[in-house]
Ligand binder design. Structure first.
Ligand code: PGA
Length: 265
């Protein structure tokens, strides 16, 4: 009997399940969130060719979870505190996220780095806190336009990876996801080309292989984020190291997010 050996370019199709995550940012009241979640559930109820994750604001997590709990759609949060509990006014702990039904959490999004001054060091603590309770961190990295134009993209990404993933052992990082989100592409309508994304994704995977192991690197899903739309996801997903997307604006409507999920496969 012959064993079917997949082509190299198809490698990712059996090693890494595609993952499409919707980052709702600071949009949607509870009723609006329930309506959006219901719409997505209707369209994507049994869709299991990709992991689908939606990340509503904290205030809607439980209600959205009630809607999607019997579907294939998974829940994520957009941030968390690095501590389990304590006197941290205004913060939300990893355990609270688990308690609300979350399996994923976005960490180190560029908006948090920019407006809330999150450093790689802080992001490292948050990733650790997420992993300890079994939440999958979606660790965001990405360069600004000035950094890209100065030819510093790879240097910046390397620096962010070193800081964010410092001190982890492979066995600590179960479920780890990395999202490459060039800051200049977020919310601008100007996405990175598939080749630009692939270049950085490949660097990230090689860096993971060198610093952890190639087996580990082969299994980590690397998402692209920044103006992902139904019209550009297909090309991005053709690249060998693009395993999915982190979608902002286009995740706020049932039709565009559903179309992105379907076009990604
Ligand atoms: P965008 O946002 O899709 O609206 O560009 C992506 C993100 O910020 O995660």
């Amino acid at each position: 009997m012959f064993r079917v050996v997949p082509l190299l370019s198809k490698r990712k199709e059996y090693m890494r399940k595609p993952l499409i995550a919707g980052n709702w940012k600071m949009y949607k009241t509870i009723n609006e969130a329930i309506a959006l979640a219901n719409g997505l559930k209707r369209e994507l109820l049994d869709f299991d060719k990709a992991d689908i994750v939606i990340c509503p604001p904290f205030t809607c997590l439980s209600e959205v979870y009630e809607v999607i709990m019997e579907s294939e759609i998974k829940l994520g949060a957009q941030n968390l505190c690095w501590e389990k509990e304590g006197a941290y006014t205004g913060e939300i702990s990893p355990l609270m996220l688990k308690d609300s039904g979350c399996e994923f959490v976005i960490i180190g999004h560029s908006e948090r780095r920019k407006y809330f001054l999150e450093s790689n060091e802080l992001i490292n603590k948050k990733i650790k806190a997420a992993l300890v309770v079994g939440l999958s961190p979606i660790c965001c990295v990405g360069e600004t336009l000035e950094e890209r134009e100065a030819g510093k993209t790879i240097e910046i990404i390397k620096n962010q990876l070193e800081g964010c993933l410092k001190g982890f052992a492979i066995e600590d990082m179960l479920g780890m996801v990395v999202a490459y989100e060039p800051v200049w592409a977020i919310g601008t309508g100007k996405n990175a080309t598939a080749l630009q994304a692939q270049e950085v994704h490949k660097f990230i995977r090689n860096w993971l292989a060198e610093n952890f192991s190639s087996g580990f690197a082969d299994n980590v899903r690397i998402l692209y984020g920044g103006s992902v739309k139904p019209a550009n996801i297909k090309d991005l997903m053709k690249e060998a190291d693009v395993d999915g997307a982190l979608v902002g604006g286009a995740s706020l409507e049932v039709s565009s997010f559903t179309q992105i999920v379907k076009n990604a496969i």
